[in-house]
Design a protein. Structure first.
Length: 245
């Protein structure tokens, strides 16, 4: 069988995704089987009558079965491509800790389900953090990579878990990082609490990916400027892009 697929791929490149096609049929099998069942029952009842249906009825039936089977294979990918994850505002909120002498300020992204239903295993991932480099005029000219340059799983506010079920009408906030009054460090809100040293007037960009089961991910960039005091987070803005930045 493997040699057959190798031959097919080598001579007919358009058929190289046939294994994926059959796997898609497997996953959509229930619908593929039961969707044509009703017209099949009607057709076979007609066939066993004293006068079987004409050839054109048989042809229409066969075409209809093929269309239905193909539709349910196609539908699975169309549902996955729907834009169901919504991104709201970015905010910086204060939060208490178990130590009354420590104060924190979190930067969070509001994430919501934009259509009826639920998004399972909704997760946010920090892809990288970049630092703004000023040009000769004193403006941020380009972004320079920091040591945070690989994917980290962010935790959700109040849940402190990397995945949640996101339901329609019940948005949740995704924690990106926090600052506190004990240092000049930004702490990425993951299980590892990765730290990033900052100084006044530094500008950072956090590239975040938000995804869920069966739906297209959203890519977001959060930009922030660090002020003179530990809790000064100014020029906070959010940009959503269609593709990975």
């Amino acid at each position: 069988m493997r040699r057959f697929w190798t031959f097919l791929k080598a001579h007919y490149r358009a058929y190289d995704l046939f294994p994926d096609y059959f796997r898609a049929i497997k996953h959509a099998g229930w619908d593929v089987i039961w969707a044509p069942l009703a017209p099949s029952i009607v057709y076979w009842l007609l066939w066993f009558r004293p006068n079987p249906p004409s050839w054109w009825v048989t042809l229409l039936y066969a075409v209809w079965v093929v269309i239905l089977a193909g539709y349910f294979v196609w539908r699975k990918d169309q549902v996955r491509l729907k834009d169901k994850i919504g991104i709201g505002e970015v905010s910086a909120i204060y939060s208490g800790t178990s130590d009354p002498n420590i104060k924190r300020r979190f930067v969070q992204i509001l994430v919501k389900c934009t259509t009826e239903g639920s998004i399972h295993n909704c997760r946010g991932q920090l892809l990288r953090v970049s630092k703004g480099v000023k040009d000769s005029d004193g403006h941020n000219g380009r972004w320079e990579a920091t040591h945070i340059a690989e994917t980290l799983d962010l935790l959700w506010s109040f849940v402190d878990e990397p995945t949640v079920t996101l339901e329609h009408g019940a948005p949740r906030r995704l924690n990106v990082f926090f600052v506190d009054n004990t240092s000049r460090k930004m702490v990425i809100w993951t299980r590892l609490h990765v730290r990033l040293i900052s100084a006044p007037l530094d500008r950072f960009k956090f590239d975040v990916r938000v995804a869920g089961d069966e739906y297209m991910p959203k890519y977001i960039s959060v930009e922030v400027t660090v002020g003179d005091h530990w809790n000064d987070l100014t020029d906070l803005c959010l940009e959503t892009t269609k593709n990975e930045t």
